[in-house]
Design a protein around this ligand. Structure first.
Ligand code: ADP
Length: 246
């Protein structure tokens, strides 16, 4: 199987998003409703531990619904962006702190390569941390039983800084690659993935006037390359970051 290379050109459509939301919220709501109905109907006969189990189910389903809502809020977050010049090393190291325990638990070795002379990027620290957390967690999920996560920053042509996030995980089929930026597309079991991580990344990187490339090979691993404008480019040609809603 050859290397797959795709670019994130496609903008996820509102239609896909809306039907996805309806579906993702309806499932847990239906389950809550069913369980609560059953509890009411069988109220007199229920044993304490049965009732407890049902209540736990309800709490879990509500948790699922809340996660969908939380992700949607991230997805549409426009307002609280605060743009500044960010040192690449600080950005990556601050993000690393948030995931390092999980990676250690999952037996994943983290390598970080950042050249000393890398230019700064212009962006919102919280948003970009979210981008890298999502990428690191996806890599983590792809490496069952452990592996190596490598983060490499480099200067790219046309005054971009390129961040390669490479895992030695399961990789993706061409069919999966086609759809990874679609909202609610996930190959993970119910409760494990919302399918919003990469759509959020897509939106945030677009907002930063950057772009994304993905290369993946089944059973070998995946590299997500994030390109962000270097500060020098923004100063010289654009003057400011595009904050565009599209
Ligand atoms: P989620 O992680 O909730 O499934 P994402 O939008 O972050 O949602 O990812 C969508 C899908 O893309 C995943 O379900 C998985 O199939 C695939 N994917 C993302 N990152 C990787 C990776 N590093 N390795 C293999 N597959 C990946």
């Amino acid at each position: 199987r050859q290397n797959q290379l795709i670019e994130s050109r496609k903008l996820s459509s509102i239609g896909t998003l809306t039907s996805g939301i309806a579906h993702e919220l309806n499932n847990p709501l239906n389950n809550v409703s069913l369980t609560a109905d059953t509890m009411l109907e069988e109220f007199e006969e229920l044993e304490a531990d049965e009732a407890k189990e049902m209540l736990n189910d309800i709490i879990n389903e509500i948790g699922r619904a809340s996660e969908v809502v939380r992700n949607l809020l991230d997805f549409s977050r426009e307002s609280e962006q605060s743009i500044s010049e960010l040192g690449v090393e600080t950005l990556i190291n601050e993000t690393k702190k948030l995931v390092v325990n999980q990676l250690r638990l999952d037996k994943i070795t983290l390598n970080i390569n950042i050249p000393a002379d890398i230019p700064k990027v212009l962006g919102d620290l919280n948003s970009l941390q979210q981008v890298f957390i999502n990428l690191f967690m996806n890599a983590d999920h792809a490496m069952e039983g452990g592996g190596t996560l490598t983060v490499t920053a480099s200067s790219a042509p046309d005054n971009y800084v390129r961040f390669d996030v490479t895992d030695t995980g399961c990789g993706m089929t061409a069919e999966t690659l086609e759809r990874i930026f679609d909202p609610f597309f996930t190959t993970k079991p119910v409760g494990k993935g919302t399918g919003l991580g990469l759509s959020i990344i897509y939106g945030l990187i677009k907002k930063h006037s950057g772009f994304i490339e993905v290369q993946s090979k089944l059973e070998v691993g995946t590299t997500f390359s994030i390109y962000l404008p270097a500060v020098s480019q923004l100063e010289n040609s654009h003057g400011q970051i595009s904050s565009g809603s599209n």
